[in-house]
Design a protein around this ligand. Sequence first.
Ligand code: 5AD
Ligand code: SF4
Length: 480
Amino acid sequence: MKKDYSKYFVKPSIKDARKRKSTETAVIDFNEYFLMKGFGKGKTYKIETYGCQGNEADTEKIRGILEALDFTESDKLEDADLILLNTCAIRENAENRVFGELGRLKQYKKNNPDLILGISGCMPQEEKVVDRILNKFQYVDLVFGTHNIYKLPEYLETVVLSKERVIEVFSEEGNIIENMPKIRENTKKAWVNIMYGCDEFCTYCIVPYTRGKERSRKSEHILAEVQELINQGYKEVTLLGQNVNSYGNDFTESEYKFSNLLEDLNKMDIDRVRFTTSHPKDFDLDTVKVLAKQGNLMPYIHLPVQSGSNEVLKRMNRKYTKEQYIELVNNIYKYIPNASLTTDIIVGFPGETEEQFNETLDLVEKCKFEGAFTFVYSPREGTPAAKYEDDMTMEEKKQRLYKLNELVNDGYLRGNLRFDNKIVKVLVDGVSKNSDEILAGYTENNKLVNFKGNEDLIGKIVEVRITEVKTWSLKGEQVG
Ligand code: 5AD
Ligand code: SF4
């Protein structure tokens, strides 16, 4: 008899995902969805996470749910009873890696037919991905998206007890789920979601379709989470959102905004507060002024510019000009003279001329970035830019990327040279990849530092004098 998958067969739709609901965001308490403790007893899991910090934060929630069901984490992939790929859709190569991995995991499924193989995150939010899984990867048992992590216990029950394949992806969702359990990766540094989704619709970007409408968490929930982290001994929080600067714009009964949140966090007993990602169009002077108070607000800002050409920025729907961006950067340097700035840049956007690319190089020089993530444009089906005419060859795009990267690398070195022979504060992450005797951690300006020290310094903030400067890292000696 053919199995009936219909109960949990909900496919995504990129078209529906574009719709923004005018209804107020529902805040759902996770507890009511939490049903079957002990379900995972004796079973193990392994999660592979791809993509941004938002996905890493989601993985911590998935782990939280699994461990609340009594699953335990497996050391090795091959021993796991449940393997989940938490995926990223931002560029095509991110997706190709996941399809490659799914292909490789087929063997695991053959060796162990009881293995539950799942895929979650941004890729399942695209209908073409779900179609491909249905046609080519029929051995995948579980497919869910970014909006329904909280229903994982129910899905697992169906997969295990009814031996049915579960595919459920919500396209138009815009809720906030509070109180999901979390198992955090790090014991000193924590991600804190302050909002979800994105309403910007930059023409190249898939995120507004995969992550739903923009919605802010209530400040009291955020501040309570940070207080709980302080109580647990955390030293650093990174506030997460696709455009943190528009935090609170969706509140109907309050004027509370991002600068207010930073001000409140500035008074709390956490050593370091970071945030990502910023949108230049919404980064207001109030925020710059609050950051200027420093204290636990770190002098490091990631401020994606994408392009230095007004024409390209317009076609990207970024809603600011090169001149406005430079004015913002100058204000940041004026109020926070020790700030380190990094950015994101896309080269080879459809129709980008040599002259327009040179505008980007010019902007990079003027803004004194101390680092940048640079990307060749990757068309994403369903986004407006995917339909723009693009006659540039990949070779030309790569040439532009190399040229840009040379300039960007000068910036990394220039940023590190600022700290030569200076004393910096390092939050020690752990031992270095290359040697057990060398510790590694990050400064307030987010510079990687290696220095000789005892392992019991891990998790502490240590003063280090910089003795050697390289492009990608600093070397130093502990002071005192
Ligand atoms: N192609 C290339 N880069 C992209 N980004 C987002 N979408 C695309 C795309 N389609 C980049 C942007 C963004 C970063 C997270 O990824 O620079 O800031
Ligand atoms: Fe994508 Fe633009 Fe939203 Fe960033 S602000 S997630 S680039 S649409």
